[in-house]
Design a binder for this molecule. Structure first.
Ligand code: FES
Length: 272
């Protein structure tokens, strides 16, 4: 059991929670994730680790209410306990001094990119962060990102914060302006696809962090399998980061929709 220590509401459906998980907090690295089971009736849901505090033994996660289990987790209060947290899972991000790196984060993907851009900055990179959301409420953790960025560009669909436009507009502004050595994108699949295509257009190596459906998180069930560069890969053990140029995006979108109807029916059943 892992106790929730604090909870903060970022927007209508997005919450930041801090949980007790000392062993994971001590051993996780940028890019790792965890799988949380809220109670014995909940699915196992993967969440990225926004921050880990090895001394306090805590993990900070940003959760968006999208399905039954994430909604249950968002409804829990400090003092309550989740059934279990498994991790750290996945391959840690490859961190080196590339030179100038553009880190594009969309929505709660900003929480996932935070530890990676922090590690990239500590490795000596010039980090330019492009944060995007539909409205200003969905552009989260700006101060945390700014602490480890040389520049922060904010894009919102409605222009309520920063510049009006989608993330690729902000990314292209940088790519046209200066030499960039690497692009990293984390956010909704469509945002990652188009950021990756934008980087490819400029001939810049780019990575994306894929958020497929997962079950066991250990490479056994096959739920997270995708085709990367023509080969079958498991996001939970081979990823979650992959070369964006090699991702079969059509397959990714298809697999993301696999359980949508089941999830919707289950949510409707529970709310009636
Ligand atoms: Fe089961 Fe990846 S979640 S193989």
């Amino acid at each position: 059991m892992n106790k929730i220590l604090s909870k903060e509401q970022f927007s209508e459906k997005v919450f930041c929670i801090v949980v007790e998980a000392p062993l994971i907090a001590r051993s996780c690295r940028a890019g790792n994730f965890v799988i949380v089971r809220v109670d014995k009736n909940s699915e196992r849901v993967p969440y990225t680790i926004a921050k880990a505090d090895p001394e306090k033994g805590t993990l900070t996660m940003v959760i968006q209410e999208v399905g039954l289990s994430s909604t249950k987790l968002c409804n829990m209060e400090p003092g309550e306990e989740v059934l279990d947290i498994v991790g750290p899972l996945g391959q840690a991000s490859h961190i080196e001094n590339y030179g100038t790196v553009v880190c594009a984060g969309g929505g709660i993907g900003i929480a996932a990119i935070l530890p990676i851009l922090t590690a990239l900055k500590k490795a000596g990179n010039r980090v330019i962060s492009v944060l995007a959301g539909r409205t200003k409420e969905l552009v989260i953790m700006v101060d945390d990102v700014a602490e480890y960025s040389d520049e922060v560009i904010i894009m919102t669909d409605d222009g309520s914060m920063g510049k009006k436009g989608v993330v690729t507009v902000g990314v292209e502004e940088v790519l046209q302006r200066e030499k960039v050595d690497k692009v990293l994108a984390i956010g909704p699949p469509m945002m990652m696809k188009f950021t990756s295509l934008m980087a490819k257009k400029y001939g810049i190596p780019n990575d994306v962090s894929l958020n497929t459906i997962m079950v066991d998180g250990t490479g056994m069930c096959g739920a997270c399998r995708l085709t990367i560069g023509g080969k079958t890969k498991f996001v939970c053990i081979d990823g979650p980061e992959f070369d964006g140029d090699l991702v079969d995006w059509d397959e990714m979108f298809k697999r993301m929709g696999t359980f949508k109807n089941v999830e919707r029916e289950e949510l409707e059943r529970k709310s009636t």
